[in-house]
Ligand binder design. Structure first.
Ligand SMILES: Cc1cc2nc3c(=O)[nH]c(=O)nc-3n(C[C@H](O)[C@H](O)[C@H](O)COP(=O)(O)OP(=O)(O)OC[C@H]3O[C@@H](n4cnc5c(N)ncnc54)[C@H](O)[C@@H]3O)c2cc1C
Length: 454
């Protein structure tokens, strides 16, 4: 890419971020370990939505299984199921947080750029700079009191994030190349909003991509420690029932992008591939606070309408496995009816298709409807819902029915919600506004529960 093409003749750079920290190397070296640096930060560091009674812990990968193979022709993503050791109680629908780490190759290349390869594992700490003008300058809570450059770049700091303008403006001060300096300053300016829009927001250039483009840009470690965002845990839905194989295990299912896979999914993929029953690899997880999106023993008598797209089927596999186990345990109790609507690209992309068909055959799933976006009509879930409109609304309006939607994207959830709204209008003879009022009521009554994976 020619940086010159993005430099305007006139522009005013954004106000650059300043560095308020200093790094002190204290002598001695750390032995690089796999322990996540964020676990060394003490109780001041909070983990998003963590249950109050649990802390993140390193757990073994017991097994990994490919559920869906990648298929370039249909843009089908690879989907993998991981069985992990569990140290807490859970119910189907609950979620865990997984702490990611950055790729070792990426960390190595950044250490090289910062000219810190010789001190990569050297003990260091950060302190507020003596000349710091900022009154309330603080040390980042996600950096341990004693650490090393490799440790924080691996576990504490996000390297793949959307760079803000003030950060770009500051990066301009860390290069001795005129073209790079002008490119970074210009990109941070109001005048270059169109370039920022196309390069950063549309083409998706992340912080590390900017460093790749500006080969002479060498920000200081102290600056990065202060201004790179925290590497945050990602949520994953539990995809099994604790009654299936004891609550000492849990399963999660993730999908992996073929091009530019994400940080956590890349880490899980590498960890699973290097793990064996003799030498199990570990990942750091914690249980997140539960919400209404779960299926517990009390739900056996109620009805569910389950709607999923793609990997969004994961929590429902847990719901249905739980129902199966409860039905075995409490054969005298009458169980409710479950309907499942799923959309995927192709038949091969349906997670655990055989199991779903078996559940349908045994009537555990009273209704099973599947559509394929690369197949014949209906291709979208909302079209199937509209086809079943009258039945569906009648079933939904029963007091003991709850509708759950899980999709990996806000747009998909919105399209499904619009489809449902059309069903309400048609079946109950309502106007659009009246249907949206009914929708709101369903939500407040807890009859419409949604999990959107953004
Ligand atoms: C409540 C909740 C439950 C979730 N449960 C699951 C689950 O059970 N299984 C699951 O796979 N995900 C689940 N997610 C999404 C998950 O938390 C991550 O966002 C996802 O795995 C990507 O994480 P990453 O760190 O690999 O990607 P990042 O590095 O954070 O992502 C970089 C970019 O790539 C996109 N991206 C990365 N991977 C994918 C992908 N596979 N498909 C589409 N876009 C992608 C991201 O959206 C982002 O724009 C859930 C999210 C929420 C909020």
């Amino acid at each position: 890419m020619d940086l010159g093409a993005y430099i305007l003749s006139e522009y005013i750079p954004a106000k650059p971020l300043v560095c308020n920290l200093e790094v002190c190397f204290t002598g001695g070296e750390q032995t690089p370990t796999k322990v996540c640096a964020q676990l060394k930060c003490g109780d001041v560091l909070k983990f998003p939505f963590a249950r109050l009674d649990s802390k993140p812990r390193s757990v073994e990968i017991k097994e990994s299984k490919v559920l869906v193979a990648v298929d370039k022709a249909t843009e089908t993503k690879r989907v993998v199921e991981l069985t992990l050791e569990s140290t807490f109680d859970y119910q189907p629908g609950d979620t865990i947080g997984i702490l990611p780490n950055n790729k070792p190759e990426q960390v190595e290349s950044l250490l090289h750029r910062l000219e810190l390869l010789d001190q990569a594992d050297a003990n260091c700490h950060f302190k507020i700079a003596l000349n710091c003008a900022k009154k309330n300058a603080k040390l980042p809570a996600h950096i341990p009191a004693t650490t090393s450059p490799r440790e924080i770049l691996t576990h504490s700091l996000s390297l793949n994030f959307v760079p803000q303008k003030q950060l770009l403006s500051a990066l301009a001060g860390f290069t001795n190349d005129d073209k790079e300096r002008c490119f970074l300053s210009c990109l941070s300016s109001k005048q270059a909003t169109e370039h920022y829009q196309s390069l950063i927001l549309e083409q998706g250039l992340l912080f590390m991509d900017i460093l790749k483009l500006c080969v002479n840009c060498r920000p200081s470690l102290a600056f990065l420690a202060e201004h790179l965002p925290r590497l945050l845990p990602r949520p994953y839905s539990i995809a099994n029932s604790p009654l299936e194989d004891g609550d000492r295990k849990l399963r999660v299912i993730y999908s992996l992008l073929s091009q530019r896979p994400g940080v956590t999914t890349s880490m899980l993929e590498a960890a699973a591939q290097q793990s064996s029953p003799e030498h199990p690899n570990k990942v750091v997880i914690y249980p997140r606070i539960s919400n209404q999106f779960r299926y517990t023993n009390q739900d056996l008598g109620s009805n569910q309408i389950l709607i999923a797209v793609g990997t969004g089927l994961a929590p429902f596999l847990g719901f249905l496995a739980h129902k199966e186990e409860l039905m075995k345990q409490q054969s005298q109790q009458e169980s409710g009816h479950s309907w499942l609507y799923i959309g995927a690209k192709t038949p091969k992309a349906i997670l655990k298709r055989e199991k779903l068909l078996a559940w349908h055959q045994s009537s555990l799933l009273e209704r099973l409807r599947i559509c394929y976006s690369r197949g014949e009509s209906p291709i979208y879930v909302q079209e199937m819902l509209e086809e079943d409109c009258d039945d569906l609304v009648k079933f939904l309006m029963k007091p003991e029915t709850v509708l759950y939607i899980c999709a990996d994207g806000a747009k998909i959830s919105q399209s499904i919600a619009s489809g449902l709204s059309r069903c309400l209008q048609k079946a109950l003879h309502l106007t659009e506004e009246e249907a949206s009022q009914v929708f709101k009521e369903l939500k407040t009554q807890g009859k419409y529960r949604e999990d959107v994976w953004l």
